[in-house]
Design a protein around this ligand. Structure first.
Ligand code: NAP
Length: 290
């Protein structure tokens, strides 16, 4: 991965932090996207020291629930980097209660769907000019049995934590496959993955102390963040998946996704919603460069 530039979002903990360490160890330049916080600064130091690559890991600060912050992030990235080989949309949330972002959007939709849509859209030109390049989206097996309810995308009609999370990850699958269609022939691939059931902070933020103690016990049986990072690192770096696009992976293998992930009508409808909610889209057929 020498001379490759990889953006990884959500590297302050869990799978994202382990992914950043893994990619830096492979000699990539890692742009670690995290909020501006003490936790992020500590994570940056850990990524640098554990990878042994202090000079090739850079922190760019962004709150991915804020579209203004995403736009500023891209501006900053473009002013500092002239290429982008891998965009790894890893950051994600699972909310107990319906919470709104600073943009007034339900948080799961804002972070798990609209953020990767907007960030990828804003960076598409960079990915095309750096091709062959890769978009890697961290989805979840929670999408496997999920459905999309276009009347409840914002969780207004009904909010169940697992239901909204599964729907958001299925929406991410649809968007990933749609990016793969729109970017066909450009040398940019887009794939999505389930990292496994991994011992991280996901789903335990904001828990009361009793549930947190129970969760800590359950986590003893979960896999490590390093194991959770393997498929992300594989999709970002392996020659085995050069040119492979629009597919779902787990355990570093292609697996069967919820068939709704490939539903073109649903993808078009969702794409329109994302365009309306972010005010941005890539052109349907970018110029072919190879
Ligand atoms: N753990 C699992 O078993 C599992 C299973 C399937 C899929 N996944 C997916 O794996 C990905 C990584 O999650 P994880 O398990 O490693 O959980 P995690 O430890 O909670 O990490 C989530 C990361 O996303 C970041 N993030 C969340 N909201 C953000 C925002 N508004 N702006 C910037 N960064 C934000 C967090 O930063 P802060 O610390 O600043 O909040 C953190 O770095 C997620 O997409 C998740 O859905 C996880």
């Amino acid at each position: 991965m020498k001379s490759k530039v990889c953006i990884v979002t959500g590297t302050s903990s869990g799978i994202g932090k382990a992914t950043a360490i893994g990619l830096a160890k492979l000699d990539a330049t890692v742009v670690a996207v995290m909020r501006d916080s003490d936790k992020s600064r500590a994570a940056l130091q850990e990524i640098k020291s554990k990878s042994g690559k202090a000079d090739s890991v850079v922190h760019l600060a962004a709150d991915l629930s804020s579209q203004k912050s995403i736009r500023e992030l891209v501006k900053e990235f473009n002013s500092r980097f002239d290429r982008l080989d891998v965009l790894l949309n890893n950051a994600g949330v699972s909310q107990f209660h319906r919470v709104l972002s600073t943009d007034g959007i339900e948080m799961t939709l804002a972070v798990n769907v609209l953020a990767p849509f907007l960030l990828t859209s804003l960076l598409t030109d960079k990915l095309i000019s750096s091709a062959p390049s890769r978009i890697v989206n961290v989805s979840s097996a929670a999408s496997n049995n999920a459905k999309i309810d276009f009347d409840n995308l914002r969780g207004e009609k009904e909010f169940s934590s697992f239901g909204i999370y599964g729907q958001s990850k299925l929406a991410l699958n649809l968007i990933t496959v749609e990016f793969s269609r729109r970017l066909a022939g450009t040398g940019v691939t887009a794939n999505f993955l389930h990292p496994g059931v991994i011992r991280t902070e996901l789903g335990t933020r904001g828990m009361n102390p009793l549930f947190k103690a129970l969760a800590a016990f359950v986590k003893l049986f979960m896999a490590s963040p390093e194991k959770g990072a393997r498929t992300s690192i594989y999709l970002a770096s392996s020659p085995d998946v050069e040119g492979v696009t629009g597919k779902y992976f787990a355990n570093q293998k292609q697996v069967t996704a919820n068939p709704i992930s490939f539903d073109e009508e649903a993808a078009k409808r969702l794409w329109k919603v994302c365009e309306e909610m972010t005010g941005f889209s890539i052109s349907p057929q970018p110029a072919k460069i190879n």
